[in-house]
Design a protein around this ligand. Structure first.
Ligand SMILES: NC(=O)c1ccc[n+]([C@@H]2O[C@H](COP(=O)([O-])OP(=O)(O)OC[C@H]3O[C@@H](n4cnc5c(N)ncnc54)[C@H](O)[C@@H]3O)[C@@H](O)[C@H]2O)c1
Length: 271
């Protein structure tokens, strides 16, 4: 039996597709021959990524969709189906943290508002669930499909300050396992649901925690690097290999797994 890494002519839907990590995933998937549907909360930003992919010879479409509004996702699904037909891959990339749900000098744990906690839970957890309802239903019709969720190191051990984000990403891991079992038990043994758990990258959502305005590391940034055996932050491009592998036949027996891509962060306790 030879299982290969080929993703040529597969169709992938990528939410958060105009974000830092998922725009890179979208572009790299397109280079491997994947037909990419870039979904973004802001249609223009998603379109810009799809335009870039097409200008480099790839196949891409875009659609403005809010992962917290099922109606909006259903519209996106109809559009993707009309343009590309069946979907093979769903990357649940929309997610992130919010400073209003992060403790710090200006915000104590006791003052965090429920609405801000809920926003972070909803974006990371409810958004992934609703999107999987909408596109996963297509998988049950074809009997095939692959979902990749984007978790975080915060899922394994809660990170200080990011109370809602840590809990939400733990729930993403839990959802990844739950969904894998649910698809297999109720719909098809061939549908797979996995996640990657990136380590620390410098992106818009965490830069304020890692770096001072002059670019020097905060105490937290220094702690992260001290606990990352590879001694550096990751780059979005370094997440792509794991995603391509998870989506390919080479990972045909990988299901309900969360793959750390973290420079060794999760392997090291600092001692
Ligand atoms: N940056 C990191 O270091 C890091 C580490 C671990 C995990 N992650 C996770 O990776 C994923 C991508 O993060 P990123 O760093 O590229 O952040 P990003 O902010 O660049 O991308 C997130 C994307 O989600 C979109 N989005 C937000 N709310 C939405 C909604 N309601 N509907 C649709 N789209 C919405 C945003 O518009 C944005 O394009 C997130 O789940 C994040 O939690 C990031």
């Amino acid at each position: 039996m030879t299982l290969d890494y080929n993703l040529q002519n597969k169709t992938a839907v990528i939410t958060g597709g105009s974000g830092i990590i998922c725009s890179v995933i979208a572009k790299e998937m397109a280079k491997k021959g994947v037909r990419v549907a870039v979904l973004g909360r802001q249609a223009e930003k998603a379109k810009a990524i799809a335009d870039e992919i097409r200008s480099e010879g790839g196949t891409a479409i875009s659609y403005g969709a809010n992962v917290l509004e099922k109606e909006s996702l259903l519209e996106a699904r109809d559009f993707v189906r009309k343009e590309f037909g069946d979907v093979d891959i769903l990357i649940n990339g929309a997610g992130g943290n919010d400073t209003k749900a992060t403790t710090g000098e200006d915000l104590s744990f006791f003052d965090i508002k429920a609405e801000n906690l809920k926003k972070v839970f909803d974006l990371n957890v409810t958004g992934a669930i609703l999107t999987t309802q909408v596109f996963g239903q297509m998988f049950t019709e074809t009997g095939n499909g692959c979902v990749v969720n984007i978790s975080s190191m915060a899922a394994y051990h809660p990170l200080t300050k990011t109370i809602a984000y840590s809990a939400a990403k733990a729930a993403v891991n839990n959802f990844t396992q739950w969904m894998a079992v649910h698809f297999n038990q109720n719909y098809s043994k061939k549908i797979r649901v996995n996640a990657i758990a990136p380590g620390f990258l410098l992106t818009s959502q965490n830069r304020f925690l890692m770096q001072h305005e002059d670019g020097s590391l905060t105490e937290r940034g220094q702690s992260v690097l001290a606990k990352t055996p590879m001694g550096r932050f990751g780059e979005p491009e370094e997440l792509v290999g794991a995603v391509l592998w998870l989506c390919s036949d080479a990972a045909a027996f990988v299901n309900g797994a969360v793959i750390p891509v973290d420079g060794g962060f999760s392997a090291y306790w600092g001692v």
